[in-house]
Design a binder for this molecule. Sequence first.
Ligand code: DX5
Ligand code: ZN
Length: 224
Amino acid sequence: MQQSIRIAPSILAADFAKLGAEVRAVSEAGADYIHIDVMDGHYVPNLTIGPAVVVALRPHSPLTFDVHLMIAPADPFIAAFAKAGADIITVHPESGPHLHRSLQEIKSLGKKAGVALNPATPIDVLDHVWEGIDLVTVMSVNPGFGGQSFIPGALPKIAALRARIDASGRQIDLEVDGGVNNETAPQVIAAGADVLVAGSATFSGGPEAYARNIRTLRGAAAGA
Ligand code: DX5
Ligand code: ZN
């Protein structure tokens, strides 16, 4: 069942010179999750955040830390991110290298497990791992950078996943990541998503705009 709409600001769009203050500001501005994009310059063509940064950010927010691993291999770092304070750890099926093992590892550490599907990754990659999943992320851009345009092909994929999740009878978050803004949010919610990652849409305009940005996005999404 589609759950209440949650907004997950991606701190990739924050000011990296004051990340702690940025995470505090969006937490106070009405965010639900903090989305942390971890990139290795190998699985994706960009480099970002490691476990030490997650440790440093942890005291700045009580919200769920939604850690999106875009690293290959992912498995050697899962324990470090769990220890650092991640609540949800999401992997890409191509990166593990063994998806089932990655999910087992995340669950064994007491964390929620997510799987992120790139625009070209079919949903049937999930066929044999539903039992181990708490969240599915539909990538609506190719992973690696914030500020890209939404790929409309994500919409039928979200709808197909909504049907699969409902059929599973399990409570699984359906998250959309990339190019989510006031125009695309209603479309992804109508298709069945319930967690919106929003980097540029949250952080544009600086701290005094965050509460308004989140409220506007939530309003646009709710009007779907
Ligand atoms: C892309 C990242 C996204 C990105 C979203 O690889 O996974 O989380 O930061 O940024 P926006 O919302 O600006 O498209
Ligand atoms: Zn992400």
